[in-house]
Design a protein around this ligand. Structure first.
Ligand SMILES: Nc1ncnc2c1ncn2[C@@H]1O[C@H](COP(=O)(O)OP(=O)(O)OP(=O)(O)O)[C@@H](O)[C@H]1O
Ligand SMILES: Nc1nc2c(ncn2[C@@H]2O[C@H](COP(=O)(O)O)[C@@H](O)[C@H]2O)c(=O)[nH]1
Length: 201
């Protein structure tokens, strides 16, 4: 499970989209949220947009792997698609906040790789939030006000990327994925492979 977190607007959605284009073994976890849909968003592709009542039902029935209140809206990771993807041997990419990351770490620390994305500067973060042109000035102000709080969790993450240049940041996450996939404990069947190399000695 590869988690990307950042203050709103630092670029994790942009990095995720590019990674998914480049890496066939990666599936995106699509969250459920009570947040209103942005003009450029599509149901089931960016999020499952649900009512507060439906979200509460998902929490009660254990349908969410993790969930949290972020910027006054509920967000959560549907459990079933994640479990299905992992069972099929795929890696799963999560775009979730620090609260969700802590919950995933409590459940499955050994299967988690977490990456925190920092913006190059506060000014650039604000510029990106405005340039996305999907939220009102009031929403942008609210997200900027909470950026410091989100950023205060950077040290809880395994890796830190400063997102100056999108392609460079994507390459850095790819490098993390490659290294993590090569870790001995993740190499399924490696013992048998090595045993096979000893035949004939
Ligand atoms: N390296 C970069 N250089 C310049 N602009 C960028 C860069 N990365 C992302 N952006 C732009 O910044 C804006 C915010 O990016 P994005 O939506 O990916 O952020 P986010 O971290 O996913 O935000 P949120 O948490 O609100 O979903 C977008 O308009 C995106 O195109
Ligand atoms: N804990 C969770 N956080 C989530 C989830 N899906 C998204 N998020 C985080 O919410 C904010 C705001 O996202 P936006 O799309 O409204 O800009 C951002 O930090 C996301 O990472 C989730 O399922 N769980």
């Amino acid at each position: 499970m590869l988690v990307l977190s950042s203050p709103s607007g630092a670029g994790k959605t942009s990095i995720s989209r590019r990674l998914l284009e480049l890496d066939d073994s990666l599936s995106l976890s699509i969250s459920a949220t009570t947040r209103p849909r942005r003009p450029a968003e599509t149901e089931g592709e960016h999020y499952f947009f649900v009512s507060a009542a439906r979200f509460e039902e998902m929490v009660k029935t254990g349908a969410l792997f993790e969930h949290a209140m972020v910027f006054g809206n509920q967000y959560g990771t549907p459990r079933e698609p994640v479990e299905e993807a992992l069972d099929a041997g795929r890696d799963v990419l999560f775009d979730i906040d620090w609260q969700g990351t802590q919950q995933v770490a409590e459940k499955a620390r050994d299967d988690l790789v977490s990456v925190f994305i920092l913006p190059p500067s506060t000014e650039e973060l604000e510029r990106r939030l405005h340039s996305r042109a999907q939220d009102s000035d009031e929403v942008v102000r609210g997200r900027m006000a909470k950026a410091a709080d989100e950023m205060s969790h950077w040290a809880e993450y395994d890796y830190i990327i400063i997102n100056h240049d999108l392609e460079q940041s994507v390459a850095q996450v790819e490098a993390i994925l490659t290294a993590e996939r090569l870790k001995r404990e993740r190499r399924v069947g490696l013992r048998d492979f090595v045993e096979g190399l000893r035949i004939g000695r």
